[in-house]
Design a protein. Structure first.
Length: 225
């Protein structure tokens, strides 16, 4: 396929960050279309964008006229469409392991601290910021402890989450660690995760996907996403 890719992204969205990493690991050029999740009441709610993504979420990936949603589905689409530099291992058993690690982050940790959840706490229940942030730290810690155990106790774990090449699970883990630091989660109990993060953050694919390097990144900002 020759149609250029266009990624609708927010600089600090963990889900969009995953896809940026994946695109970079695959060596795929793309155009980036910023969608500010806070400005103007949230640009993800504007009618033009809502027609692309009825969930009012990022990322959305356009491939020609094809519209792709949900970060893990997008990453697997990229892997199946461009099999070079695979994000997934070759065997069914190993793919199941990698999917489980990725979903631990994307389905179990990330949603509990996402912008719309925290906004509901704030706007509907008037939960004080200190309690709201304690909620995030609790669930991030629970999830990362499970991730640490799974990684540390499996011989298939290598330099990266699975073996000696970064893949789908690493695409999910690194953005979650960035997000954890924003909420001052103590990461010292997770040495295996720390080692993998260090290896990932030395790679250009991860460096260029980082939030601060995105064209829509501002200077220092409050916890708003």
């Amino acid at each position: 396929m020759s149609d250029r890719l266009r990624l609708y992204s927010y600089w600090r969205s963990s889900a969009a960050y995953r896809v940026r990493i994946g695109l970079n690991l695959k060596g795929l050029p793309y155009d980036l279309e910023p969608v500010h999740l806070v400005r103007d009441g949230g640009q993800q709610h504007h009618p033009d964008y809502a027609r692309l993504n009825p969930q009012h979420l990022v990322p959305t990936l356009m491939h020609g006229k094809r519209v792709l949603r949900q970060s893990l589905a997008i990453l697997e689409y990229l892997d199946e469409s461009w099999p070079e530099r695979p994000l997934m291992p070759s065997s069914a058993r190993d793919r199941a392991r990698v999917r489980a690690l990725a979903q631990l982050v994307a389905c179990d940790i990330h949603p509990l601290g996402n912008l719309r959840v925290l906004r509901f706490f704030d706007e509907e229940w008037r939960v004080p910021p200190v309690e709201r942030e304690a909620w995030v730290r609790h669930w991030v810690g629970e999830g990362l402890q499970a991730m640490e155990t799974l990684l540390a106790n499996d011989l298939v774990t290598g330099t990266y989450c699975h073996g000696e090449a970064p893949g789908l699970a690493d695409c999910c883990l690194i953005p979650q660690l960035y997000n954890a630091r924003r909420f001052e989660v103590d990461l010292s109990p997770y040495p295996t995760i720390a080692r993998i993060e260090q290896a990932c953050l030395a790679l250009p694919a991860f460096i260029h996907a980082s939030p601060e390097r995105q064209p829509d990144a501002p200077g220092p900002a409050p916890l708003d996403a």
